[in-house]
Structures are given as structure tokens and as C-alpha cells.
Design a protein around this ligand. Structure first.
Ligand code: B12
Length: 217
């Protein structure tokens, strides 16, 4: 029924048009489309197309930047709506989350932050390009239950292991759980570096986080 709108969402990302992405997001909400459906079935498929075309040399860095801007414009409308569904609930646990050093991809990490907080977690988002030690130091200061580490590049994935080592140095492991994610990350990578779990998307991240805290089960 909403196929045309989903197609327009995808296209606004491929064209790198923040104004269009914003406008279609508002229209989608007005038509009763859930904000998560709009993100997952409309906008993210657009980013996948852009990623593929970039890899094949059919799109270039400026296209990637514009696609990212369009996605952020959509998220600015949709994520507060997701947030509202989770208001005023007892906290399930405290999560420190960020994208690892050397990596400035923020869209997926921010979506994970939004979904976790909409589902009852207290989330401290450290942003992008976060030094390894900062994850550990903030987790200690905040007495966090979970540290979430995002990495979108094969070159920065290794940083997830460095964060775990920094946490070990501060004596936080195994009490503070570690979850990892990002496009190149896999379950077997998570196991290899000694993380407690891998989430392939924001919904999986919520299920995973819940399974790792006593109040979540
Ligand atoms: C948009 C984008 C950018 C934007 C980012 C804008 C922004 N503000 O975030 C900009 C232009 C900055 C960018 C830059 C670069 N990019 Co880029 N980018 C992308 C693109 C198209 C989309 C990423 C995205 O937002 N996806 C949508 C979100 C929702 O998905 P996600 O991030 O995967 O997150 C989900 C899951 O992975 C998971 N998740 C994510 N984090 C976490 C954390 C935890 C704890 C858990 C549990 C789950 C989880 O849940 C999320 C929600 O569902 C991807 C292609 C792709 N398909 O991934 C390339 C891509 C990641 N980029 C790539 C590259 C090469 C680069 C550059 C090196 C390009 C260059 N030559 O400069 C630079 C690197 C800059 C840097 N140092 O970080 C490559 C990486 C190749 C590789 N395997 O290493 C990709 C795959 C494109 C490609 N196919 O070649 N990029």
C-alpha cells in the first residue's frame, strides 16, 4: 500500500536530497507508517544502493556524503518519534555506546542508541571516532552494564578488540558486557575478539542487550 512512499524514501537517499527525505518522513508519519518501518524499509535500502554503487565506482565520495546527510535529515524527524514510544519506564540498564576511533560513521550507531533508549535502556552516546580508552573510562565512571562498539570499516573493526583490552586493563571485564556491530562485523568476529554478542541491526541490538542484563529477561 505504501510502496510508492517507500520508493520515494529510497530515492531521496540515492539522490542525496535532505529536504526531500525530511518531507517524505513527515508524510510517512502523517500516513501512519511506523518510523522504524520507514527507516528499515524506505531509507536504509537507499543507503545500500549508494554503498554498492560507491563500491563499483559508479558513485563517489560526495555522493556518499550527500546520502549520509539525507539519511540524517530523515532520522531527525523519525528518531524522536521512536523515542516517544519508550518514555517513562524503569531503566533496564546503562549502556555506553560509540563508533570506534578512526571511524566517523554515525547513522547506524545513532539508530541503535535510539532503539535501546526507546526500549528502556539509559544510553550514553559517546559519538564517533571515540578513542579506545574513552569507552573504558566512561563505562567505569558511569558504572555501565553494557558497552556497545560500532565499526563500519574493515580497517576499524580491529579497534573493537582494543576497546575490550582497555576494559580489561580497568578491571571491567567480564562484569561489563560488550556488544559489537556495524556492516563488516559478524558473529564469528564477535567471538574471536571475546565480545559478549553481535547485533546485525538495531532490533537485534535491543534483544541482545536485554539478554545480557538481569532485568531484561
Ligand atoms: C553513509 C556512508 C558514509 C558517510 C557516513 C555519514 C555519517 N554521518 O554517518 C560518509 C560519507 C562520512 C562515509 C565515509 C567513508 N566511507 Co562510508 N558508507 C556509508 C554507507 C553508504 C552507509 C552507512 C550507513 O549509514 N548505513 C545505514 C546504517 C543504519 O547501517 P549500519 O551503519 O550498518 O548500522 C546498522 C547495523 O550495522 C547495526 N549496528 C551498527 N552499529 C552497531 C553497534 C552495535 C553495538 C550493535 C549491536 C549493532 C550495530 O545496527 C545498525 C542499525 O540497523 C556505507 C555502505 C553500507 N551499505 O553500509 C558506506 C561504507 C561503510 N563506507 C565505506 C568507505 C570505504 C568509506 C570511506 C573510507 C570513503 C573514503 N574513501 O573516504 C570513508 C571513511 C570515513 C571514516 N574515517 O569513517 C565502505 C566500507 C568498506 C569496508 N568494508 O571497509 C562502505 C561499506 C561503502 C562500500 N560499499 O564501499 N561513509
Amino acid at each position: 500500500m505504501h510502496e510508492e512512499l517507500f520508493r520515494a524514501m529510497r530515492q531521496s537517499i540515492i539522490d542525496g536530497e535532505p529536504d526531500q527525505a525530511r518531507e517524505i518522513s513527515q508524510r510517512a508519519l502523517a500516513e501512519g507508517i511506523s518510523p522504524l518501518d520507514a527507516i528499515n524499509h524506505g531509507f536504509i535500502p537507499g543507503l545500500s544502493v549508494v554503498g554498492e554503487q560507491f563500491e563499483q565506482g559508479e558513485m563517489f565520495l560526495p555522493d556518499l556524503v550527500l546520502a549520509g546527510e539525507a539519511m540524517k535529515a530523515a532520522a531527525a524527524i523519525l528518531e524522536p518519534e521512536i523515542q516517544k514510544t519508550g518514555a517513562a519506564r524503569e531503566s533496564l540498564g546503562r549502556v555506553v555506546l560509540g563508533t570506534v576511533k578512526g571511524d566517523i560513521h554515525e547513522i547506524g550507531k545513532t539508530l541503535v542508541a535510539t532503539m535501546l533508549s526507546a526500549n528502556g535502556f539509559e544510553v550514553h552516546d559517546l559519538g564517533v571516532d571515540v578513542p579506545f580508552d574513552t569507552f573504558a573510562i566512561r563505562a567505569k565512571e558511569l558504572n555501565a552494564d553494557i558497552v556497545g562498539i560500532s565499526a563500519l570499516l574493515t580497517t576499524t573493526m580491529a579497534g573493537q578488540k582494543n576497546v575490550i583490552e582497555a576494559m580489561e586493563r580497568l578491571g571491567l571485564r567480564p562484569r561489563v558486557k560488550v556488544i559489537v556491530g556495524g556492516a563488516p562485523v559478524t558473529q564469528s568476529w564477535a567471538e574471536e575478539i571475546g565480545a559478549d554478542g553481535y547485533g546485525r541491526d538495531a532490533l537485534a541490538a535491543v534483544a541482545l542487550a536485554k539478554s545480557l542484563v538481569p532485568k531484561g529477561s
